[in-house]
Design a protein around this ligand. Sequence first.
Ligand code: NG1
Ligand code: ZN
Length: 546
Amino acid sequence: MSIAGTLAQTIEQRSAAHPKPDARLTYGTAGFRTKASLLESTCFRIGLIGALRSKSLGGKTVGLMVTASHNPEEDNGVKMVDARGEMLEASWEPICTAIANAATGEELVAELNKVVEQKSIDLSVPASVVYAYDTRPSSKPLAEAMVDGLGAFDTNVTDGGLLTTPQLHYLVLALNTQHEAQPYGSPTTEGYYAKLAGAYMSLMKGRPAPPPLIVDCANGVGTVSLKGLLAHLRDALVLYPVRTAVGQTGALNNGCGADFVKSKQRLPEGFEHEPNVHPGELLCSFDGDADRIMFYYLVGPATDPANFRMLDGDKIASLAADHLGELVHAANLDVNIGCVQTAYANGASTTYLEQRVPITCTPTGVKHLHHAAEKYDIGVYFEANGHGTVLFSEKAQRAISEADTSKMSPESAAAIAQLAAFAELINQTVGDAVSDMLMVLVILAMRGWGPREWDATYTDLPNKLVKVAVADRTQFRTTDAERRVTHPEGLQERIDALVAKYPSGRAFVRPSGTEDCVRVYAEAEKPEDVAELASATEALVKEFGA
Ligand code: NG1
Ligand code: ZN
């Protein structure tokens, strides 16, 4: 079976309406991502691929999301969500790249036919795709180009509208499991809010509501999601959403949002004038598509930058691993719990976690962490930048649901009930700022903790992340979960010699998967050492990358 005749003609004609710019695009860690003005043809074509991917899965629903997350407003991107709500299977990434870069309509059809053959796709299987987009001005028009591609294959298309990335992941899994014995949830945004709100309220039953929380929505789609959730939570949670200027030109991720807070290690711009920002109170920021969250607080007046304290993805992972580990222990369940990090995890968090749970280190990129977390019965994974979640394996879910609580101590029975509710509260498809926020609030409430107690679990080593421009970042190659460089040859030995000079020193370099740069990370016991180690490593990268 191949694409020929009228179908081939339709694809070529439609493709001509979405001309390909003179730019090579690659499907990377976060899908396609670049200036929005370059993406129309790619979005049309990913519509075609989405339809084929669904056909290849026997007509299961796949998702397409238009967003560039924390990147500037003028950027955009598109990524595919596979049928279990997870990231696109790796073997399809080069397929996406080849199709996006086909030079002519004819070549495009030829590339599509290669996929049909390679993946033995039955073209007569009806395709089903749900799509959504963020608040960027370019997002809706790009989604329309995608729909044009989907239409060429006569796909059953569901318009999810304005959604966060994790809401789309949820929808895909909910749609594909709706007729199974254990549906993931009702396949609507209302179903998503109801599931999260229901689990939150059951976990918080009999506990005082947490103190009001200020949420920086990055002027993005998280605003919409947070408002939807609040309507379901009524007075069980008081939130003050700020940076909610959805649609205001230039506002998205500008001086606010999780990435700004994490990379600048400071409050969002203007927070010192926010009426509800007080020392000692917990604050948080979402990123532009609300799949990341960063918590922070002040230990003194906001006007002094030295009073800022960050509670990042590593702190969230530690809190979750600790708490869920204690519940598993109290419930006396035969399930293991482990934690997955990347090389960017602060060394102090790794030392802390190592004393409590097994740890896996993977290369950067959520799909690597997600797959590694699936190897544990309960797998906690977070990138330091605040993207992560907790996965409950089938074994763990069964152990929880089949436990005979009538024969247990009240303490064990309560732990079982709480684990069951956490598995509902946590969006297990992908990192989700809203779901992660609720998880953190519940755990803090259960432990009677505020931000200070949470922060006191361990003290971050001072650290620095630097971007270095090089002639060709692909000449930098790494091994050992990106912790060591193999190429350019000789560089690693020089880094080793530098690192050895500083107590608790650690430094590594790797090419970015999303930007044209090499990233340098350094940490050490003393701030002045970090500054020295980072700039000396940066100098080495420049020397070897020239
Ligand atoms: P790159 O550009 O490959 O470093 C960045 C983040 C990743 C991940 C991806 C996808 C850092 C250091 N890197 O990847 O963690 O989130 O973007 O958005 O934060
Ligand atoms: Zn994001």
